[in-house]
Write a protein that binds this ligand. Structure first.
Ligand code: SF4
Ligand code: SF4
Ligand code: SF4
Length: 434
């Protein structure tokens, strides 16, 4: 085999590293990065931390940078209150690390495992996802009425946000200013939770378990205060194994109250199309003051595995033109059109990974040929939970009503904007660096 150049990974990459001794110089990582993720050639290689090269390396030469040992040290430090939140995609994939079928939902066992590991509080990131929807749907409705900064782009995928900041800084104002669910929840942990539980924020260590390597880079952004560690699904499996916990025989447990769980809209965030479906449910309510129709509880137009899904959704007298995309390569021509002033859409959801976060770089490794089938099974598990959960709308979630009434005032209030929204920066100069 002719040797090929591997993708370049800098030492200071917060998410991934390459073990040189394992690399057979097959060049697959570079191919995936350029042709599947869609990172363009530049003087210095740009990494958006997505971990797709890792999932596709045949020898395991690309690895996640692990932080879980530091988290275990904090758990053993009795002075600290270590709080964990569980992102939705993890419940549909962690079981694979313990010999269970892909798509078997192990939410209750994961909560039990996290409590056994020694976390002081175990919360569900679907709470943060509902907060994101409350903020983002309100933001969208304002922009839509004012016809300003449209199309609105979702902002919960840090790989996508970084892509815009570097390759399309002219479109920064199109990004929703909403922080991602984990970052909204982190901000609430160090304020709302800290005040209610009377624990100084300096003593709270906030940990997120996510399917995502890029979240490690996200929490290192200076403007996103509150997050201390982001661990991947695989890191959680290592913690469970190293502590000798018999995962498969654990008795199911429940999340702690206060940030207990979100509506079904928060659960489907992990699937491509899920953020859009949830946001439209709340936008419908905001625009019409009526409960959304059944169609918005099973929005077929955005549920398939296609790279690009578009639709026009009638809400009252308005038509909302939506686009859902996974894989940044697929959105690139549309971004170029928008830069030229062609605006065919009002709202665009973009996720970097295949199928959305279910296919994230921090998920359990599977045979390359089986990736799509496994991602589909993981997605199916989340849509099944969406059907089973009684609360369908973020604005109906009791925990949500409580936090707005007692702490945040109302969506997009001054306080909510200060805590839950963020800023983006033109980072295109990196493309000119050697
Ligand atoms: S895919 Fe893995 S083995 Fe192949 S070049 Fe990249 S790092 Fe090396
Ligand atoms: S993490 Fe993503 S962007 Fe970075 S090198 Fe790998 S595939 Fe490319
Ligand atoms: S799609 Fe999800 S898992 Fe993939 S980079 Fe974005 S946030 Fe992370």
């Amino acid at each position: 085999m002719k040797e090929k150049v591997p993708v370049s990974i800098e030492n200071d990459n917060p998410s991934i590293a390459r073990i040189k001794e394992r690399c057979i110089k097959c060049g697959r990582c570079k191919f995936i990065c350029e042709n599947v993720v869609g990172i363009k050639e530049s003087k210095k290689h740009v990494c958006i931390n997505c971990g797709q090269c890792l999932l596709n390396c045949p020898t395991g030469a690309i690895v996640t940078k692990y932080n879980y040992k530091k988290v275990l040290d904090y758990i053993n430090d009795t002075e600290k209150c270590v709080v964990v939140q569980l992102a939705p995609a993890v419940r549909a994939s962690l079981g694979e690390c313990f010999g269970l079928e892909a798509g078997e939902n192990t939410e209750g066992k994961i909560v039990a495992a996290l409590k056994k590991i020694g976390f002081d509080y175990v919360f569900d990131t679907t709470f943060g996802a509902d907060l994101t929807i409350m903020e983002e749907a309100n933001e969208f409705v304002k922009r839509f009425k004012a016809k300003k900064n449209l199309p609105q782009f979702t902002s919960c995928c840090p790989a996508w946000v970084k892509y815009i900041e570097i390759f399309h800084p002219k479109l920064i104002d199109n990004l929703s200013t909403c922080k991602s669910p984990i970052s909204m929840q982190n901000a609430c942990l160090k304020t709302y939770f800290s005040e209610l539980e009377e624990i100084p924020k300096e003593d709270i260590i906030s940990v997120a378990i996510t399917p995502c390597t890029a979240k490690k880079a996200e929490i290192s952004r200076e403007e996103l205060i509150g997050g201390d560690y982001s661990l991947t699904t695989v890191e959680l499996s290592l913690m469970i194994k190293e502590l000798g916990i018999d995962f498969n025989n654990l008795k199911e447990d429940e999340f702690d109250s206060l940030m207990k769980r979100g509506s079904s809209g928060g659960i489907i965030f992990a699937s491509s199309g899920g953020v859009m479906e949830s946001a439209l449910r709340s936008s419908y309510y905001l625009l019409t003051k009526r409960r959304p129709p059944k169609k918005l509880l099973n929005l077929k137009e955005v549920r398939g595995y296609e790279n690009l899904k578009q639709a026009s959704i009638k809400i009252g007298n308005d038509k909302i033109r939506i686009l859902v995309c996974h894989g940044l390569k697929n959105i690139e021509p549309i971004l170029q059109d928008i830069e030229k002033g062609k605006i065919d859409y009002d709202f665009i959801e973009v996720m970097n990974c295949p199928g959305g976060c279910v296919g994230g770089g921090g998920q359990p490794l599977v045979a390359i040929k089986d990736q799509q089938i496994i991602n589909e099974k993981r997605r199916h598990a989340l849509y099944q939970e969406n059907d089973e959960v009684k609360e369908k709308f973020s604005y109906d979630n009791e925990n949500m009503k409580e936090i707005y009434e007692s702490f945040l005032d109302y969506p997009n209030s001054e306080k909510a904007c200060a805590l839950l929204h963020t800023k983006y920066f033109d980072k295109s100069k990196i493309l000119k660096e050697d």
